[in-house]
Write a protein that binds this ligand. Structure first.
Ligand SMILES: [Zn+2]
Ligand SMILES: [Zn+2]
Length: 165
């Protein structure tokens, strides 16, 4: 997204464009990834070495409170870490690999349908939807199958030794 877009979104929320707000929103826009606060802090420092941790964390909270940034826990695959992404993206679900932490984004009609059904059936005005799925990515599925095989093989060997004794 262009800087003008960022500035307009800030203005809609009644916020002034400051250097640290601009840096954080740009980083989130450009990376397209789901970054935790510490990672964002390191990237922000590369742009402006004068930024300190407190400012970055405080700015992140402000952007979150004003609805410009979304905070995710991504199935807690890494414990308590929280991840951030811009809310200016199209609505999507997060699909998290619980083994390697890879995060895929799922876009599509089913999400919009769910939102409409919630609104129709429950009479809610839905402001936000957060959908997450956890499992194993295609790469980790192969590795896991191999690990399970090795574990089974190990158990067979141990059993064979035990019966020999
Ligand atoms: Zn994986
Ligand atoms: Zn996302």
């Amino acid at each position: 997204m262009k800087t003008r877009g960022i500035e307009a979104s800030l203005r809609e929320q009644g916020l002034r464009m400051t250097r640290q707000r601009k840096i954080l929103l740009e980083l989130l826009e450009q990376s397209g990834a789901h970054l935790d606060a510490e990672h964002l802090y390191r990237l922000a420092r590369e742009r402006d070495p004068k930024l300190n941790r407190v400012t970055v964390y405080r700015t992140l909270k402000l952007l979150k409170d004003s609805g410009l940034v979304d905070e995710l826990d991504l199935m807690h695959w890494e414990g308590e870490a929280h991840y951030y992404e811009t809310r200016m993206k199209q609505e999507h679900a997060h699909v998290v690999c619980l083994r390697c932490g890879k995060v895929e984004e799922f876009y599509g009609e089913p999400l919009r349908r769910m939102r409409r059904q919630i609104e129709n059936h429950l009479g809610f005005q839905v402001l936000m939807v957060r959908t997450e799925a956890g499992g194993y990515c295609s790469h980790c599925r192969v590795l896991r199958a191999r690990e399970m095989e090795q574990a089974a093989e190990g158990a067979r060997v141990r059993n064979a030794r035990r019966t020999k004794r």
